[in-house]
Design a protein around this ligand. Structure first.
Ligand code: PGA
Length: 291
């Protein structure tokens, strides 16, 4: 599997001009790196989402058109685009001030959405009920989902990491378990789109205490947690043969290699270090070298 290198821009940058510059730098410098061997994604703020998607999609079309006329006919590996949040209230449209629906995200040119990030859980008190609805809305609209889980420092120190994550994953379990999916997700037919579903669901393990702090768990801890998540996912539904599980929390150009080498780590979700093209690409390089 190609490693997933995903940049969560959060509420950054301050202006669209800066966002545009970042995406242009990424696309320009990408040609100097072996990015065909990894899958990159950027997750801009909702106000920049459609414009960033437009830039990337226009560039991909141009690159593919050019490759059709060239001898080596290399099809470009586009940078994917995701949204940072999604409405729990409606899959399509409605009187929900401030929300963006799954259909609107899709229409903006993005194909993925982040759900359950610890900052949403902490600052907006997002619990299991809205998370479950967000998941249903995203999957029903065929958006890919990056579902975040992770323990607090107190939970980590108490040795409760796996217990906490298993609890957080029950939201996914309830949506994915075949016996309950009909009533929960209506038109989400796992039997028909199962294989496809396994490719568009990523679990991001992000210890809350590691996000933006410079503190990171040991490689052994990360590997143990990732392997446990994979095992649980397989138990949820047989479509998950090798579930995609990525690590997030203070990943940077200097420590990326240690995560890239850890067992069961299929990529990284990167906040701060994704705001500079050079550091984001250096992380991508570390993962592609060890994939
Ligand atoms: P960080 O953020 O890389 O700045 O720690 C990661 C995240 O919150 O996804």
């Amino acid at each position: 599997m190609k490693p997933w290198i995903i940049g969560n821009w959060k509420q950054n940058p301050k202006t669209f001009t800066e966002a545009q510059s970042l995406i242009h730098q990424l696309m320009h410098k990408a040609s100097e790196h072996q990015l065909a061997n990894c899958q990159m994604m950027v997750i801009p703020s909702s106000i920049h989402l459609a414009k960033v998607a437009d830039i990337i999609n226009a560039q991909s079309r141009a690159a593919n058109a050019a490759s059709e006329h060239s001898e080596n006919n290399v099809i470009s590996n586009p940078i994917l685009v995701g949204a940072q949040d999604i409405s729990a209230l409606s899959q399509h449209s409605g009187a929900y001030t401030g929300d963006c629906s799954a259909a609107q995200i899709k229409d903006s040119g993005a194909d993925w959405v982040l759900i359950g990030h610890s900052e949403r859980r902490q600052y907006y008190q997002e619990g299991d009920t809205p998370l479950q609805k967000k998941l249903q809305n995203a999957l029903s609209e065929h958006l890919g989902v990056i579902f975040c889980v992770g323990e607090t420092e107190a939970e980590h120190d108490a040795g409760d990491t796996l217990k906490v994550i298993q609890e957080q994953l029950t939201v996914l379990q309830s949506v994915l378990t075949s016996s309950t999916q009909t009533s929960l997700v209506g038109d989400l037919d796992l039997s028909n789109s199962g294989q496809n579903l396994a490719e568009r669901l990523i679990i991001a393990y992000e210890p809350v205490w590691a996000i933006g702090t410079g503190k990171v768990p040991t490689v052994e801890e990360v590997a143990q947690t990732h392997l446990a998540i994979k095992e649980w996912m397989r138990g949820f539904n047989s479509v998950f043969v090798d579930p995609i599980v990525i690590y997030g929390g203070s990943v940077n150009a200097d420590n990326a290699v240690q995560f890239a080498q850890a067992q069961g780590v299929d990529g990284a979700l990167i906040g701060g270090a994704s705001l500079q093209a050079e550091s984001f690409l250096a992380i991508a390089d570390a993962f592609t070298a060890h994939s």
